[in-house]
Design a protein around this ligand. Structure first.
Ligand SMILES: [Zn+2]
Length: 191
């Protein structure tokens, strides 16, 4: 990885983790007096004019409204929202399925408010019918979960040096996540 592409944790003015950017971007923010480095890396970058310590964490001098990261509609996220329970019979099932409350064949959308977790027997029993037609009641009306402001701080992309500011992120036990810091968009107001 090019050193300028290395990830840097961006803290808000109040030290809350805000985002991840790369070294090039962090150095630009430091150079413009918009942020200060937090901690030391012991590594240095050479620029035309001087030697700059490579930032690992920076803190902005102003508050940024946290961008909302809406939850992606996926099987797993729906199961998590529903507590891994069938929304018709309440059973906890290993092999849950996704059910479209209003069937897609009847114009139902693939949206948070029309998708629920269902066990296989309930899903098959309901078939292409609406809950009312099938005489089945939902435990609760499905809704879009609240956005997760820390979605980008996946264990696989958190550096050890950042952990004091991200105490709830546990080290990843899996290496199935391919970090791609280059594509992380950093929205910084007034820039
Ligand atoms: Zn069920």
């Amino acid at each position: 990885m090019l050193i300028t592409r290395a990830p840097v944790l961006v803290l808000n003015q109040n030290y809350q983790p805000l985002n991840i950017c790369n070294v090039r971007r962090a150095v630009a923010l430091l150079g413009k007096g918009k942020a200060e480095p937090v901690g030391e890396s012991g590594e240095y970058l050479h620029s035309a004019a001087d030697l700059i310590e490579k930032p690992v964490i920076i803190r902005l001098f102003y508050m940024v409204k946290r961008p909302l990261h809406r939850r992606k509609l996926s099987r797993r996220e729906v199961f998590v929202r529903d507590g891994y329970r069938c929304q018709y019979c309440g059973a906890k099932a290993r092999d849950l399925t996704l059910d479209h409350v209003i069937p897609r064949s009847r114009g139902g959308q693939h949206t948070w408010d029309n998708v629920v977790s269902a066990c296989k027997p309930c899903n098959h029993g309901k078939a292409g019918r609406t809950p009312r037609e099938a005489g089945m009641a939902l435990f609760s009306a499905p809704r879009e979960p609240r956005p997760n402001p820390y979605a980008m701080f996946h264990p696989g992309r958190v550096l050890d040096e950042w952990r004091p500011f991200l105490p709830w992120v546990q080290p990843s036990q899996f290496s199935d996540f391919e970090p791609d810091f280059g594509s992380v968009a950093v929205a910084v107001a007034g820039d």
